[in-house]
Design a protein around this ligand. Structure first.
Ligand code: BDR
Ligand code: CA
Length: 325
């Protein structure tokens, strides 16, 4: 049985691998891709998404979404993003972990003529069967769609998210990038009453790592998708090594495809807890996840993954990359 999904991305090095995995793996039926501002301005996340879809010869429709977060841009006094995750190479050139995909040919693909939030509303209102949404950037498109019509939640089978952190952080001292960039949207989504939300925070993505040895496995596969994944991972490994070392040497987190891998094989997440989560909306903890671990909490709204099987994760990606032509 294939799982029907819509993928919401801010492409982005790890988003790119999520797109390739979703487009190539036979267990996933990719209905549409929606872009949102996040790792880059919207024009870049859209163009990057187009180029990756071209690379894997996918004709899935691409909807361009929100250019700005819900209210963050309107609140200039809020704390700023602390780490652009850059490295300087031997020639003194600075590289960002999420750059424009200049190594891929420019795309002539057309984007659909309705904005992503409108697509969500139309699609979900008419859908004959519920669909799963995988959102791996700021949640602006999803929150906007829910603001237009909260009833669309009835047709969302599951919402799988990359974002937040319990015991980690990367955008500020307490917040993860996706939720930090649009905290109001994230809070709206967690309060929406969507039937099932599954969250892959930094706690699990920093454990389900990809190493240089795994890159060698991708390189042996040698297909266009595998080689592009190698390029993305090698840069990420460099950035992690210099700025955010993980528990294994020569390794990187590859956050976003883990959400897709979970839909292919749920056992890739090994410690999942049903808890209540809110998002901090002000001050030094802006965008941080506030997770209630109290036993008597009876208002649980999210399944949170704390650990994962990194070998299984890499195997799943290898299976997909072998199918790239
Ligand atoms: C998340 O933020 C983005 O930079 C990545 O694409 C990922 O979705 C990790 O914090
Ligand atoms: Ca992302």
């Amino acid at each position: 049985m294939t799982r029907k999904i819509i993928l919401d991305v801010d492409t982005g090095s790890d988003d790119a691998v999520a797109i390739m995995l979703a487009a190539l793996h036979p267990a996933i039926d990719l209905v549409a891709v929606c872009s949102v501002k996040g790792n880059q301005p919207l024009s870049s996340t859209t163009e990057n998404s187009k180029r990756v879809l071209d690379l894997v010869h996918s004709d899935v429709p691409l909807y361009q979404g929100c250019k700005e977060s819900f209210v963050r841009e309107a609140s200039p006094w809020r704390i700023k993003f602390e780490d652009r995750a850059t490295i300087v190479d031997e020639e003194g050139k600075e590289h960002f972990i999420h750059e424009d995909f200049d190594m891929l040919p420019p795309s002539t693909r057309k984007i659909e003529d309705v904005p992503a939030p409108v697509f969500y509303v139309d699609y979900l209102k008419k859908a004959k069967e519920p669909v799963t949404i995988v959102a791996v950037g700021p949640l602006t498109n999803i929150a906007t769609a829910l603001s237009i019509d909260p009833d669309i939640k009835e047709n969302i089978e599951e919402l799988v998210l990359m974002g937040g952190a319990d015991d980690e952080a990367n955008a500020s001292s307490s917040a993860e990038f996706n939720f930090f960039n649009d905290p109001e949207s994230a809070q709206k989504v967690f309060q929406s009453g969507i039937k099932k939300i599954t969250l892959c925070p930094l706690d699990v993505t920093h454990k389900a790592m990809v190493t240089k040895d795994d890159c060698r496995r991708f390189a042996e596969i040698g297909t266009p998708a595998a080689m592009f994944a190698v390029a993305m991972c090698e840069k990420r490994i460099e950035v992690h090594t210099q700025r955010q070392p993980l528990t294994l040497p020569d390794a990187c987190a590859l956050h976003d495809p883990l959400c897709v891998a979970y839909l292919i094989d749920p056992t890739v997440l090994t410690d999942v807890r049903y808890l209540h989560l809110d998002i901090s909306l002000s001050g030094l903890t802006d965008g941080a996840t506030i997770i209630d671990h109290r036993y008597f909490q009876d208002n649980r709204n999210v399944y949170i993954a704390y650990d994962g099987d990194r070998k299984k994760f890499v195997d799943i990606m290898c299976d997909a990359f072998r199918l790239s032509k």
